[in-house]
Design a protein around this ligand. Structure first.
Ligand code: GLP
Length: 241
């Protein structure tokens, strides 16, 4: 894995946005794999700036988000669809019908998972997948124990993830306990992967991802099995390396 250590959150965000912008410039039909969480907010802000300043054209691109909470409709303010709308989609010319987020409120979730996996396949696979990392080493919502063979499915969130994400909800009780998430195999199927981490709280997960044995106990460590991963971390997140 290629490790890039930058000074701070701002530099991490800028670098990641530049990578994505470059990808779209090189191939206007790029299939983007997108992530949510606090970490990529700055990256989206920088990407929107690049779009406005340099006129990057997303009209032929498409995107697939990693995950969505089960039970939240796309208009729920804490849904990942709403997050994407707010932070990226409403600012750029990515066609609406090509900006995919799993439907967490689908009646038949199993069918939705199969449909999502198939849609990625039909789009020709993901060209560049952006990832954050959970404090426990999760990627997407692939919690510890997720198999390297897993594909898009309904997953149970761990208590630590529910607590970590409670900051976005009025109370911890409101955080959904399940999500639809691309699997590890889906993620490893992307041609390129860019993982972002910022801050001291991620330092141990970053260390285990890069220096530990690849194990399902730390899902991010399974990225060691992929040939083209760039990890962009700030100094605080790199402090245990
Ligand atoms: C959530 C998301 C992940 C994200 C993680 C870390 O659980 N499903 O994709 O990487 O949180 O979030 P943050 O960037 O807010 O620390």
């Amino acid at each position: 894995m290629k490790l890039v250590i930058v000074k701070d959150y701002q530099e991490m965000s800028r670098k990641a946005a530049e990578l994505l912008a470059q990808e779209v410039k090189n191939n206007p039909q790029t299939v983007l794999g997108l992530a949510t969480g606090g970490t990529p907010v700055g990256m989206y802000r920088e990407l929107v700036k690049l779009y406005q300043e340099e006129g990057i054209d997303f009209s032929q691109a498409s995107s697939f988000n990693l995950d969505e909470y089960v039970g939240l409709s796309s208009t729920h303010p804490q849904s990942y669809r709403a997050y994407m709308q707010e932070n990226l989609f409403r600012h750029i010319n990515l066609p609406k019908d090509k900006a995919h987020v799993p439907a967490g409120d689908a009646k038949d979730l199993e069918k939705e998972c199969a449909r999502y996996e198939e849609a990625i396949h039909e789009a020709g696979g993901i060209d560049i997948q952006v990832l954050g990392i959970g404090n426990n080493g999760h990627i997407g919502f692939n919690e510890p124990g997720s198999s390297a063979e897993s594909t898009t499915r309904v997953v149970q969130l761990t208590q630590s993830t529910i607590e970590a994400n409670a900051r976005y909800f009025a109370s911890v009780e409101e955080v959904p306990t399940q999500a639809v998430s691309m699997g590890i195999k889906t993620i490893l199927g992307a041609k390129k992967i860019v993982l972002l981490a910022s801050g001291e709280a991620k330092a141990e997960a970053v260390r285990l991802m890069l220096e530990g044995e690849p194990t399902a106990d730390v899902p991010a460590s399974l990225l060691q099995l992929h040939p083209d991963v760039t990890v962009i971390v700030d100094e605080a997140a790199a402090s245990r390396l």
